[in-house]
Design a protein around this ligand. Structure first.
Ligand code: CU
Length: 199
């Protein structure tokens, strides 16, 4: 395995320096389309497993808010071990529960200004529901590694600084069947993977 050396420039006290560094990560990017053309921003792209590595959960809790009778965001990807905060920002009372195998819980019904928390240890899909408002739904996607990205409204995504290796890249969407693609990440550069979700 040969490491490539690149340079970056910094300006220090008015002097321009070219410093060598080892490039040892690649990027994944691409375009996503969904059948019917709407809701592409609810797609999550993630690497299924980065073998032999473990990743500490974030020190700052990811958040699923309840605001205007909606869970925000609709899809929240988190690293396994993360604790998610569930504030209630509405004037009405909400309840948050999940019947999912990955993490079954029920936070009960609680008013505005209260924040409850859940820790997600296992990887997988966790559907969120509110038993006061049956139209409310959302998803927490618990993943093994930090190499994930939500797709934006234009259908674009980018995952940066992925260590070299062979991986399975997965796309998940609440309304479509998941797809995957085998990828190889080199020590630098980008891999482009496009997806079309149609069933
Ligand atoms: Cu509710």
């Amino acid at each position: 395995m040969r490491l490539k050396v690149a340079t970056y420039t910094v300006i220090l006290g008015g002097i321009i320096l070219a410093l060598p560094y080892i490039v040892n990560a690649g990027n994944i990017k691409g375009n996503v389309k969904v059948l019917g053309g709407k809701g592409v921003e609810h797609a999550l792209i993630y690497i299924e497993k980065a073998e032999g590595r473990s990743f500490p959960p974030p020190t700052k809790n990811p958040v699923v808010d309840q605001i205007r009778m909606t869970f925000v965001p609709h899809v929240l990807p988190v690293l396994a071990g993360s604790t998610v905060s569930f504030p209630n920002s509405d004037s009405t009372r909400h309840n948050v529960f999940s019947p999912s195998k990955t993490k079954k819980f029920n936070l009960g019904t609680y008013p505005a200004g209260i924040t409850k928390k859940v820790t997600f240890e296992k990887t997988g899909v966790v559907s969120l529901l509110c038993n006061v408002h049956p139209e409310m739904s959302a998803f927490v996607l618990v993943v093994q590694n930090p190499y994930f990205s939500m797709v934006d409204k234009q259908g674009k995504y980018k995952i940066s600084d992925v260590p070299p290796g062979d991986y399975t890249l997965i796309i998940w969407h609440p309304k479509f069947k998941s797809k995957n693609s085998k990828i190889n990440i080199q020590q630098e550069g980008s891999v482009t993977v496009d997806f079309f979700l149609d069933e």
